[in-house]
Design a protein around this ligand. Structure first.
Ligand code: ADP
Ligand code: MG
Length: 352
């Protein structure tokens, strides 16, 4: 019996390989938005415009004023493991959001993808990929930067389509992605628009003019994303330990929430969802909050890239610190100290 079912090992073609990778990188429209906006930021954009329709299911378009892609590289940008961001010699020396060279080929395998780009001194050009077929590069009209348009996400993978939630829920997830990236980049202007028929308009985060103080820039951006309430109740955090620095804003315990919805954590400028860091945040507030309350904070851990591995998962939202205990200790003690002295100040103020 075994003989008539003898397994045959075969090499999968590129289209299949890309679809498999897309399963990890592109879970829903918001993950496509994340990849495209990160590419815009890596390209040095100062303005990023995101338009979407029907919760991103039918259309996602990201326009930036970054460095662009030269016509001869457009094909390469769509090939797997092709990247301009690392040379592969040191996988810990990462200073960009991207480095795996996976997003564009993955997106091109699960939707209809068009990239139009222009680099100073070159003509604008465009390339399109759908259903595993890549077009030739054609001339296009664009004055600067890059426009990436993704239509009909998951049209070729009906199983994934079934997992999409309502347009509203997907739009909410897109908004959350943009908020996190906007917190990480206060010097970049962001506009998010729902262009569906009857869509709900736009959200704009104006670029900070880069006048100097990093806390002012971050504070302004956090105010426009989380509201005046957060700004009015948050204290500056600035602490250091063994090569790791912690900066950001943390809300006073009196501004806590019933759910962990206002916790934003970043490692070397990258939004992360990390158990170690959220655990440390909870521990820091342990003495200040009852168990059913959750702190609100936007915290940035920065360090030499060699002290943290971001290549843990294709979506890169998990990280691994070389010394987890140091990261945890920094957050717990940095926050406790700041909260304790804020409490002290508050009570001395009241006491006159
Ligand atoms: P990665 O970001 O990991 O390098 P991607 O598949 O997301 O991989 O992109 C492949 C390459 O295409 C990038 O390394 C970059 O050179 C180029 N690229 C993608 N998006 C943009 C953009 N918006 N502006 C300029 N170059 C881009
Ligand atoms: Mg990328």
């Amino acid at each position: 019996r075994a003989s008539d079912r003898r397994p045959v090992i075969r090499q999968l073609d590129d289209a299949a390989i890309n679809r498999i990778a897309a399963g990890e990188v592109v879970e829903r429209p918001a993950s496509a938005v994340k990849e495209l906006v990160e590419n815009a930021l890596d390209a040095g954009a100062t303005r990023v415009e995101i338009a979407y329709a029907d919760g991103g299911k039918t259309l996602i378009r990201v326009t930036d004023d970054g460095c662009g892609i030269v016509p001869d590289d457009l094909h390469l940008a769509l090939s797997r493991h092709a990247t301009s961001k690392i040379d592969g010699s040191d996988l810990l020396d990462i200073h960009t959001f991207g480095f795996r060279g996976e997003a564009l080929p993955s997106l091109g395998s699960v939707g209809r993808l068009t990239i139009t780009s222009r680099v100073d001194g070159f003509d604008a050009a465009t390339i399109r990929v759908a259903g595993g077929e890549t077009s030739v590069v054609k001339p296009a009209a664009l004055s600067a930067g890059t426009v990436v348009e993704l239509r009909d996400l998951f049209y070729a993978t009906p199983a994934r389509l079934k997992f999409m939630r309502s347009d509203r829920a997907e739009a909410q997830a897109i908004t959350d992605v943009i908020k996190r990236l906007a917190m990480a980049e206060p010097h970049v202007g962001f506009t998010l628009r729902d262009v569906s028929g009857g869509g709900e308009g736009r959200v704009t985060f104006r670029a900070d003019p880069e006048t100097g103080d990093m806390f002012d820039a971050l504070g302004g951006r956090l105010g426009s994303i989380l509201g005046r309430d957060f700004s009015d109740n948050a204290i500056r955090i600035d602490a250091e330990r063994d090569g790791l620095r912690l900066t950001g804003f943390a809300a006073l315990p009196t501004y806590s929430r019933g759910a962990a919805v206002a916790q934003f954590l970043f490692v070397n400028g990258r939004p992360v969802k990390d158990k170690l860091l959220t655990g440390a945040l909870r521990a820091a507030y342990f003495d200040f909050l009852s168990r059913d309350r959750h702190p609100a904070a936007a915290l940035f851990v920065s360090c030499d890239p060699h002290l943290v591995d971001v290549n843990v998962h294709p979506a890169k939202s998990e990280v691994r610190f070389r010394e987890p205990g140091v990261a945890r200790g920094l957050i717990v003690s940095g926050l406790r100290h700041a909260l304790a002295s804020a409490g002290h100040r508050a009570s001395t103020t009241v006491a006159g």
